[in-house]
Design a protein. Structure first.
Length: 445
């Protein structure tokens, strides 16, 4: 027993993150040439072609300031839709889409079975029971039909902080992230959301009549703050990675393709107050890894590497700041994608306190650990980066960065400057009279 314990302990490998020398003058991205106004305090951003014109559009969840849920207007209640415009770049659709208070997370997905993608938003404040709003894309002059989705109160019990009078300091359910995907194989997209203040994860089946139905909850102690979906154990079924804000843990949940999830394991995030989780194969070994960022206590991003045994024993920490005891950057969001076309996953971070976007380019050559990253910094003279998305906004075949900015209440597009590699010339066809390399030896046999 002692030998087995020692082996498990030594298996928990910790890796420092090598950062290559500072990036050269020619950076991957250009700073935004223009900012496009949106509503107050855009907390999330999502990009997709909404009107079938071949151009990427932008949606922001304009949260405003979160106040006491007992107030008449405890937060802002709108989404901004920016439609691509060849003359101006983007034009904000008016009026804005009205949703529940405190829109916190937004995804774009086809949930009604029609041709065009719809918009789904999770709201933080449950005033009037407007927990989730689906805006169905009618493809008629930018018209979206709102469908309100309520989570029954008895499904969620408040589990966070209370004041001296026993009144909740926050709100129920306090939705902070959302994912929309068909996880039970019925052809309809289902919904999963983190109910932060209730220590729960919400699951709702896709429904052709009501869009989402039959809400269920999975108990998830520790204040689940963010989730992502992916096949984490290679069985072809949709699994889930969850980050827990209060307990500073990552939870790996295995799915059964019927809408049920079971937490397989938990492990510490190597920092305090984690807010964001992503899934991507960071070292090209064919296994999806988990990437976590911390916000209010330290400026760290941690990669947890997957392994065939499902132990997640090896991790690599990347610290953006010079001193982990000092909060310099305040990472509010991260996006993981291949920015420079080298078939390796890179990371971009929205740093609110330092007013910059940090880009970590994966400079590794193979699957060996630790991976090496080149650090680029993009400071904003105005506005505080709060949320990110990666999208090909110019149909160039390259992923740009779309940045939602607080203080100036705007969105900026950081264009990707990577040169598209020229295609290799096709081999010249051989002449009919040209002998095969082995023809002489064959003739002499």
């Amino acid at each position: 027993m002692m030998r087995r314990t020692l082996i498990l302990l030594f298996a928990a490998v910790t890796l420092a993150a090598p950062l290559a020398a500072a990036a050269p003058a020619g950076k991957i991205f250009a700073m935004p040439a223009k900012l496009f106004p949106v509503g107050p305090n855009p907390n999330a951003v999502a990009c997709r072609d909404l009107n079938d014109d071949g151009q990427v559009d932008i949606v922001t969840a304009d949260r405003g300031l979160l106040a006491d849920p007992r107030e008449e207007r405890p937060a802002n209640d709108e989404l901004s839709v920016l439609l691509a415009d060849p003359k101006t770049g983007y034009t904000r659709q008016t009026p804005s889409l009205k949703t529940g208070f405190g829109p916190y997370a937004v995804v774009i997905a086809n949930v009604d079975g029609l041709k065009w993608p719809d918009i789904v938003v999770a709201n933080f404040h449950d005033v009037r029971h407007r927990d989730v709003t689906a805006f169905l894309n009618l493809h008629t002059e930018g018209i979206f039909k709102p469908v309100e989705v309520r989570i029954p109160e008895e499904k969620l019990v408040y589990a966070r902080q209370k004041d001296g009078e026993g009144i909740p300091l926050f709100t129920k359910p306090g939705l902070t992230s959302i994912a929309v995907q068909d996880v039970n194989g019925d052809g309809l997209r289902d919904l999963l959301a983190t109910a932060w203040s209730c220590d729960a994860i919400v699951f709702m089946e896709g429904n052709k009549d009501t869009i989402f139905a039959n809400p269920r909850t999975f108990t998830a102690p520790g204040a689940p703050r963010d989730l992502r979906l992916g096949d984490l154990n290679g069985d072809g079924k949709t699994d889930m990675a969850v980050v827990y804000y209060a307990s500073a843990e990552v939870g790996v949940w295995y799915g059964d393709d019927k809408g049920n999830f079971t937490e397989h394991t938990r492990f510490p995030t190597r920092g305090n107050l984690p807010t964001t989780v992503r899934i991507a194969d960071m070292n090209n070994d064919g296994l999806p890894d988990i990437i976590v960022s911390h916000c209010h206590s330290e400026d760290s991003i941690v990669i947890f590497y997957n392994d065939p045994a499902g132990t997640w024993a090896c991790s690599q920490e990347i610290c953006l700041g010079k001193d982990r005891r000092v909060l310099e950057h305040e990472i509010r969001d991260i996006v993981v994608d291949d920015f420079n076309g080298d078939k390796r996953q890179d990371i971009a971070a929205a740093c609110y306190a330092s007013g910059e976007v940090a880009v970590l380019l994966n400079a590794s050559r193979g699957p060996e650990l630790p991976q090496t990253f080149v650090h680029e910094t993009y400071p904003f003279a105005k506005g505080k980066p709060r949320a990110l998305d990666a999208a090909d906004t110019g149909n160039s075949g390259k992923k740009d960065l779309v940045v939602a900015l607080w203080d100036v209440n705007a969105v900026g597009v950081m264009k990707n400057l990577t040169k598209t590699p020229e295609p290799e010339p096709a081999p010249k066809p051989k002449k009919a009279s040209e002998p095969e390399p082995d023809s002489k030896s064959k003739k002499n046999r």
